[in-house]
Ligand binder design. Structure first.
Ligand code: LLP
Length: 409
């Protein structure tokens, strides 16, 4: 198995395992396909959701494609800027932006703050006015739509913490729009991630359609609408989430009379299938029923299966032409450190290499150092060359940041 033209065993030998491997060509293709899908939308900004993959090199690839960045912390804003994203292409979302983050965002001159509450909007207005600035803002709406995805990644139901309830949006918009320090120019919505159907998105956008009309009716100038991200990707053969083209056609239809700049915040659909987690089999252990294939990657490196019961394809780098049914597990001392139970996979032996597919989004970025395992490195492949774009951070380096106070001796 290769990443573009680079054999994965070469990366494993040079960099060690586990390691995340991304393809530049795939990132670029996905960025282009997503943009082409939106050909029917005349005026748009596509802002990659940095949380999906904040690696600087990945962000640079997308910045070179003209993408902006959707950020949810000042740390992400700094990454986007460092990767070369122009400040005016940065959207600052996030349900709990701190006072310091609001100041830093204003200082950085970011393009749009997506305000998550009346309280946050008033605070931002005060800060901006004190700084003699005007913050460009949209109000995030909670449309009360069930995205039909995993509960932990649904964000648009009434009892989720995100945005302001749609039935209070007019009143809150009016109050915030009258503040100096902010130019409230639009609304934003994001109902969830890994959506397998367009219907919930369409319902949310239809609700925005009504809202935009009523806000305009109340005399507000609406020039920007942020439609968020959420388009699902196939994690296994047979899964058929809506294509960017189908998504784009739906968006173009629903928004055709809006006359605004539309903002999109795709994450997974750009990065998910542009990366794998390359791992080596530590050993194969007999089980009561199926054997346990113990790999050197664990839930701290790829959290999605443990957190959401998520499925990731798992295949050998050099298949032997035989299958096995196995439990795929990591070395961490938790039963949750299980990638798959009773999975039909390539026959694997100790020392073999394998990959978890569709690991380019919400992979490395969700890693922790649990069990004192350090952080996995990241590699970006480009044709027949590759570069280490994030060093392995050894457990020792993390320990070096700790100290035992003198008074404990
Ligand atoms: N915009 C906002 C405001 C978001 O909260 C998110 C994702 C996105 C855009 C990008 O959504 P995407 O296009 O990637 O679906 N860790 C979870 C996913 C959490 C998504 C959080 N918000 C996972 O591994 O499935």
């Amino acid at each position: 198995m290769h990443a573009e033209d680079v054999p994965l065993p070469r990366i494993a030998d040079d960099v060690g395992t586990p390691v995340y491997v991304y393809s530049r060509a795939t990132l670029e293709r996905h960025a282009q396909v997503f943009r082409e899908g939106l050909a029917g939308v005349p005026d748009k900004l596509i802002a990659f959701a940095v949380k999906a993959n904040p690696n600087l090199a990945v962000l640079r690839v997308l910045a070179n494609q003209g993408y902006g960045a959707d950020c949810v912390s000042i740390g992400e804003v700094r990454r986007a800027l460092a990767a070369g994203v122009a400040p005016d292409k940065i959207v600052f979302s996030g349900v709990g932006k701190t006072h310091a983050e609001l100041i830093a965002g204003l200082e950085a001159g970011i393009g749009q703050f997506n305000i998550e509450s009346e309280e946050e909007g008033l605070e931002l207005a005060r800060i901006a006015a004190d700084m003699g600035l005007t913050a460009q803002c949209a109000l995030r709406i909670n449309p009360d739509v069930d995205a039909g995805t995993h509960d932990k990644i649904s964000t648009g139901k009434a009892d989720n913490k995100f945005g302001v309830p749609i039935d209070q949006a007019g009143q809150i918009f009016g109050k915030l729009a009258s503040q100096s320090g902010v130019n409230l120019r639009g609304v934003a919505v994001h109902i969830g991630s890994q959506l397998g159907e367009l219907t919930p998105l369409e319902r949310a956008f239809e609700k925005l359609d009504d809202l935009v009309n009523s806000l305009r009716g109340a005399g507000h100038a609406i020039t920007h609408v942020d439609l968020g991200g959420g388009l699902g990707v196939p994690y296994r053969a047979g899964e058929n989430p809506p294509s960017p083209a189908a998504y784009g056609a739906m968006v173009a239809r629903v928004t055709k009379d809006w006359g605004v700049t539309l903002i999109f915040e795709p994450g997974r659909v750009i990065a998910g299938n542009a990366g794998v987690l390359l791992t080596r089999v530590v050993r194969v252990k007999r089980g009561i029923k199926d054997p346990f294939v113990i790999v050197d990657a664990a839930m701290n490196d790829l959290a999605r299966p443990a957190l959401y019961g998520a499925y990731h394809d798992f295949v050998a780098v050099a298949p032997r032409g035989a299958d096995m049914t196995a439990n795929i597990v990591g070395p961490i001392c938790e039963t949750g450190d299980t990638f798959a139970m009773g999975r039909l996979t390539d026959r694997l032996e100790a020392g073999d290499l394998a990959v978890f597919r569709t690991a380019g989004a919400y992979g490395a970025t969700m890693a922790s150092s649990y069990n004192s395992r350090g952080f996995v490195p990241e590699v970006l492949v480009d044709g027949d060359k590759y570069a280490i774009v994030a060093d392995r951070i050894e457990a020792g380096a993390i320990m070096d940041a700790e100290r035992v106070p003198e008074w404990l001796t």
